[in-house]
Design a protein around this ligand. Structure first.
Ligand code: KG4
Ligand code: ZN
Length: 350
């Protein structure tokens, strides 16, 4: 029997709502409709996300987006079987909006709720593409707040292989972009500028490249970028593209090499890249090239589903339901988990 899952994402600066239908066992759930409102423009004036403004904007957007999704799918609200929402990690106030609205809708409908882990949403987002991956695979999770390599054996079966000991890859992009006078979010801006520069112009550190483990460190990189920018002084404006290109090359090289090391360590032949930095073109090119040489398949979410969205939350909920590992709540109480390690929801840790 198929079920309709409404998914709500509100962990940071994007309000996303989506409707997914579960299928027969072994079938990938189907995305019926999704809608997104990005707050990027609103936060741009402040150079970063302002949590209180984010929460208020989620409140304004979530119900209109829900209406739009239901209309597009041709589904009535009372046909929804489960209301899923992002329970964490993320900004507490922003998460509470999605959790509160989802629980209120579910209570009105007399249906259960499901709290979804935001990173599990990213991790499973490639299943929304036309050519979904198969388990098991190595996942490279690269977002604004996280940089992790995981071994994924199935829905809810995640083992951490390595992670950043300081800044996330997205943070490295964002902070370097800020140093170069680029706007927020820095990743896309820095990568655009890098396209006009020479990646070999400046020697920047590749932290932990030869550490022998699968951990990352990016905090030193932004310090190196700052030092280089200061050294350039008045010459910075005409060398900005070169510095952007060199920064991007450093981040991407570390991500690619560590992913290859994770493949070697696990013996797996498949990679899934997820999270906002997965939209980076150079990362895709270099990872594709390196993996093609080794006969390894690389899967990405569709470009517009790399950054936060509701589709990945509804999808993760649907895949959990289908796999029989969903935790449904029927008491309409809710809490959010601003900090929530992904390993906590992994079956291998229960
Ligand atoms: O997954 P996401 O939307 O939000 C989090 O859960 O953090 O990721 C946002 C991050 C930001 O740091 C942003 O700068 C980065 O992804 N990003 C990129 C690109 N597009 C987004 N970084 C590099 N290149 C891009 N094209
Ligand atoms: Zn995210």
């Amino acid at each position: 029997m198929s079920e309709l899952i409404l998914g709500i994402e509100s962990s940071c600066d994007e309000t996303g709502v989506a409707l997914v239908r579960t299928g027969a066992p072994g079938q990938t759930p189907q995305l019926l409709a999704h809608a997104l409102h990005s707050q990027i423009e609103m936060h741009q004036a402040y150079g970063g996300v302002v949590p209180e403004l984010a929460s208020r904007d989620h409140i304004r957007r979530v119900l209109p987006l829900t209406g739009a999704v239901l209309r597009e799918a041709g589904v009535a609200l009372d046909q929804v079987n489960v209301v899923a929402y992002t329970r964490g990690p993320g900004l507490a106030g922003a998460l509470l909006v999605g959790a509160g609205v989802a629980s209120a809708l579910a209570a009105a409908l007399d249906r259960p709720t499901m709290g979804v882990h935001h990173l599990e949403g990213h991790l499973l987002s490639p299943f929304l593409s036309a050519d979904p991956p198969q388990f098991p695979f190595v996942a490279l999770l690269v977002s604004g707040g996280h940089t992790q390599l995981m071994r994924v054996d199935g829905v809810g079966r995640y083992a951490l292989l390595g992670e950043t000991i300081d800044d996330a890859a997205g943070e490295a992009f964002d902070k370097s972009a800020k140093l170069l006078g680029l706007g927020y979010p820095g990743g896309p801006a820095l990568s655009r500028l890098a396209g006009e520069g020479d990646a070999r112009a400046f020697k920047l550190p590749r932290p932990l490249l030869h550490s022998g483990d699968l951990d990352f460190s990016f905090a030193g990189l932004k310090t190196a970028v700052l030092a280089q920018a200061q050294r350039l002084g008045d010459a910075l404006p005409e060398r900005r593209a070169d510095l952007a290109a060199s920064t991007q090359a450093a981040i991407v090289e570390v991500l690619v090499k560590k992913t290859l090391a994770a493949l070697a360590a696990t013996g797996l032949q498949r990679v899934v890249v997820a999270g906002g930095v997965g939209a980076n073109r150079l990362l895709r090119e270099q990872l594709d090239a390196a993996c093609a040489q080794r006969g390894v398949r690389v899967h990405y979410p569709e470009l517009h589903l790399c950054t936060d969205n509701g589709a990945m939350i509804a999808m993760a909920a649907a895949m959990r339901l289908q796999a029989g590992v969903a935790q449904l709540r029927r008491d309409y109480a809710f809490d959010v988990k601003p900090r929530w390690p992904l390993e906590e929801i992994s079956a291998s840790n229960h």
